[in-house]
Design a protein around this ligand. Structure first.
Ligand code: FAD
Length: 308
């Protein structure tokens, strides 16, 4: 039995854990990955917008978070597989069979990249599917297809065009949703072709990606285009499936919360990106973690004199 169970150890979960510890709450953090940090582990650019810190990249900032929390008393279990959660009963059952119980639960499960769900997308992971723009040197000299029409897709197309002979940006809409400066650069870059109103139906190959099948609006039939790399940037989705049917969520699966980070179930809180479609940032995630810990502490009557 713990005071607080925190599910997820990205910035929101780690901040909640730090604050729970400071407020004297007995806390256990459950993280499914081998490493803590969440999305920070896929941020390869410098982070200059988190107040008080200049981090070379997400991993650098994650390391600072870990350094700061290493003397805390909360327990952290990584590589944990949660089988089921009963939020009303505050009970979590792990795949290993272990049963955990708490007075309060903080959901800090963040987001993951949305997938297309087309044939070949999973099959070619590690064989042409590109996870990160940091891998672009491995694709130097190869033809690449970027799927998506927002900032991330446009930015990735521009980055890959630095090393690839051709980059084809395929997107569903009539117009790109990316910021104007990216769109201007896309249209003046001779390596980049943009296919609007187009869909990729499947990714084809044997040992490695060899082509994508594309359907363009007003074209008579789909055609195959030879590429050796594919990058999908069609947005993110909240990791909230585990709590579906139990909590109020919006239609995209974001958990609905009050300004106190409270969900629709008493003593269940949601913090960070999983509950924040409007401002999915490190600052908001960290702030949400602190708020949830403070509210729980005041409800449990612990260290109520610790006011800032
Ligand atoms: C490429 C990129 C660049 C970015 N750049 C910036 C930037 O410059 N500035 C900025 O403020 N923000 C930036 N962000 C966004 C920022 O990283 C997120 O807002 C922040 O990480 C959200 O923290 P979080 O803890 O809510 O979620 P996450 O970071 O997504 O962490 C959630 C954690 O929960 C774990 N988890 C999920 N499901 C389960 C489960 N069932 N059981 C146990 N654990 C689970 C995950 O493994 C993960 O560790 C960027 C994001 C990306 C992808």
């Amino acid at each position: 039995m713990h005071d607080v169970l925190i599910i997820g150890a990205g910035p929101a979960g780690l901040s909640a854990a730090l604050w729970c510890d400071e407020l004297g709450l007995d806390t256990l953090v459950l993280e499914q990955s081998e490493e803590v940090g969440g999305q920070l582990l896929s941020v390869h650019n410098p982070i200059d917008n988190y107040l008080g810190v200049h981090a070379d990249n997400g991993r650098d900032l994650r390391d600072r978070f870990v350094e700061q929390t290493k003397d805390c008393d909360f327990d952290l279990w990584t590589q944990v597989e949660i089988d089921s959660v009963d939020l009303k009963a505050k009970r979590v059952v792990l795949r290993s069979g272990e049963k955990l119980k708490a007075i309060a639960i903080i959901i800090a499960t963040g987001l993951r990249r949305r997938k297309l769900g087309i044939p070949g997308e999973d099959e070619f992971i590690g064989r042409g599917m590109i996870e990160s723009s940091a891998d672009r040197q491995a694709f130097a000299g190869k033809d690449v297809c970027v799927i998506g029409g927002g900032d991330a897709a446009a930015e990735n197309a521009l980055q890959f065009a630095e090393v690839c002979p051709t980059v084809t940006l395929v997107h569903r809409g009539k117009k790109l949703r990316a910021r104007r400066e990216f769109i201007e650069q896309l249209h003046t870059n001779h390596c980049i072709t943009v296919f609007p109103e187009s869909l990729v139906h499947r990714i084809i190959g044997r040992d490695w990606i060899e082509a994508v099948e594309i359907e363009r609006a007003r074209a008579i039939k789909p055609f195959q285009m030879a590429v050796q790399g594919v990058i999908v940037r069609i947005g993110f989705q909240p990791n909230s499936e585990l709590f579906r049917e139990q909590l109020e969520m919006d239609k995209r699966g974001y958990v609905i919360i009050s300004s106190r980070q409270e969900t629709s179930i008493e003593n269940v809180f949601a913090v960070g990106d999983v509950a924040n479609p409007l401002s999915p940032t490190i600052s908001s995630a960290v702030g949400g973690g602190a708020t949830a810990a403070k509210i729980i502490s005041s409800r449990l009557g612990r260290l109520s004199t610790l006011m800032y």
